[in-house]
Design a protein around this ligand. Structure first.
Ligand code: 4AD
Ligand code: MG
Length: 437
């Protein structure tokens, strides 16, 4: 064993001048005769190391000098502050141990040259090591942590929902069917909402957070077939409560990312001023007003239709922060939406449309709490009443006005990171034409 203490690159600042070792992979290597500069990444950061021929054994110097990209190594030496270095520290190498050398004959496939998107996603298991993907997934983690902290500190209980479900929540056209046992068919969940409505009646305020599935046949930059959604649900709550939590949640997340992930935002060259503009209150407009704005801007939308991706982008151009659009026509919304008492043709639902053209990040609203109306809607939507008996029970036993929403994690990550396409926001994306690796 060595007397070198193992540290991560991120910890280098608190160990300057000490004998330490880092364990990682060769990211890049510069060399000129008697000096080599291996750039090592260890998952926590990237550090430039400096190896002098004069202060290393011949064997060690040669091994490092000929090291191949992504070979795994342990490097020992002393760290010092170096303002010009990435990360702010450098290590003067005293010795090294090669853990596995990538053979020359089968070099690491992802080189600093430009590769096509399909190539990179075919090699996603390796692509994740690149600086940009690393920054995105660090921000994703920060966002998920912020979401949990927000709900945990606002009195919500986490009660997760099943993934195998007997019925549709968000329309029957995007269901993935699974063969269960003995001829039984189940579906992969589209949303935990219906179950959340049950847990909210037990706990008051709940949320679920997990993967959800949509058989989206469209190939867009905003849709995955498997995505993560956080869904809060509140008993004795209305559309206004949804709006308030939706905007507070978004601002809380943005604040955390700005506080803790400046380095990663920098690596992505994100325009931070756009994120700093995301402050409460968000503008609130009705579907009617949104249609007016869109028609003025040249959209073909007519009252009664749902917004397409282009419409959402056009709408977001009008505001420097997210906009909340409420009271959509009942016909474009799911069966469970509570109708407006004064105007039953519109639903008490709201969509939060992100700024800068990132589209809908949150959808939610108030649920029908009247038994007869709910039964009627289930029938109108041709949903199998047997599968909804338990859901109807919630309207038989102490029904109350209640409301909630769902926020897509990947849409949020794409927005805050400023990404062109949603595929980069999750480690292993699942899309219409991608189920591998
Ligand atoms: O608007 P959606 O379909 O709402 C629901 O599922 C409700 N049951 C949620 C609730 O009220 N509990 O989806 C909610 C959010 C969207 O705003 C979007 O951010 C995300 O989920 N989303 C998708 N993200 C990636 N790929 C897809 N195919 C998505 N579909 C929805
Ligand atoms: Mg929606």
């Amino acid at each position: 064993m060595s007397d070198y203490r193992r540290i991560t690159i991120a910890q280098a600042g608190s160990h300057t001048g000490e004998s330490v070792e880092i364990a990682g992979w060769l990211y890049n290597l510069r060399k000129s005769g008697k000096i080599i500069f291996p750039l090592i990444r260890d998952g926590s950061g990237i550090m430039q190391c400096v190896g002098l021929k004069s202060s290393l054994s011949e064997e060690c110097f040669e091994a490092l000098k000929n090291l191949t990209q992504e070979s795994s190594v342990i490097i020992r030496g002393k760290c010092r502050a170096e303002q010009r270095a990435p990360g702010g520290f450098e290590m003067d190498i005293e010795s090294a141990e090669i853990v596995q050398r990538v053979p020359e004959e089968t070099p690491y496939p992802i080189t600093p040259k430009d590769h096509g998107i399909e190539f990179l996603f075919d090699h996603r298991h390796l692509h994740l090591r690149s600086r940009r993907q690393h920054a995105i997934l660090k921000i994703r983690h920060e966002i998920i942590k912020a979401i949990r902290d927000y709900f945990d500190s606002n009195g919500f209980t986490l009660v997760d929902c099943p993934i195998f479900t007997p019925a549709a929540c968000e329309g029957t056209t995007t269901l993935f069917e699974v063969d269960y046992f003995e001829d039984e068919k189940v579906y992969l969940t589209q949303s935990g909402q219906l179950y959340n409505e049950a847990t909210a009646m037990a706990f008051g305020k709940t949320y679920c957070f997990g993967p959800t599935f949509r058989a989206e046949k469209s190939k867009t930059r905003r849709h995955l077939t498997e995505f993560w959604m956080v869904e809060p649900e509140m008993a004795f709550a209305t559309l206004d409560d949804v709006k308030q939590h939706a905007e507070e949640l978004i601002c809380f997340i943005v604040g955390r990312v700005l506080d803790n992930r400046k380095t990663e935002l920098g690596a992505l060259e994100r325009d931070i001023s756009k994120l700093e503009a995301i402050k409460t209150p968000f503008p609130r407009i009705s579907y009617d007003e949104a249609v007016e704005i869109l028609r003025r801007k040249g959209s073909e939308i007519v009252w009664g239709g749902d917004f397409g991706g282009t419409d959402e982008t056009l709408l977001s151009e009008e505001f420097d922060r997210p906009v909340m659009v409420d009271k959509y026509p009942t016909q474009v919304k799911a069966f469970y939406f509570q109708p407006d008492e004064q105007r039953p043709e519109v639903a008490l639902g709201v969509d939060v449309i992100a700024s800068e053209g990132y589209g809908e990040v949150i959808g939610g609203g108030q649920r029908i709490h009247d038994y007869n109306l709910l039964l009627q809607r289930i029938q109108e939507h041709n949903l199998p009443p047997e599968a909804f008996q338990w859901y109807l029970d919630l309207r038989r036993f102490g029904s109350v006005p209640h409301a909630g929403f769902g926020m897509g994690v990947e849409r949020t990550v794409a927005w805050l990171c400023g990404l062109e396409h949603i595929r980069e926001t999750i480690a292993f994306p699942r899309m219409l034409y991608r189920t591998r690796p």
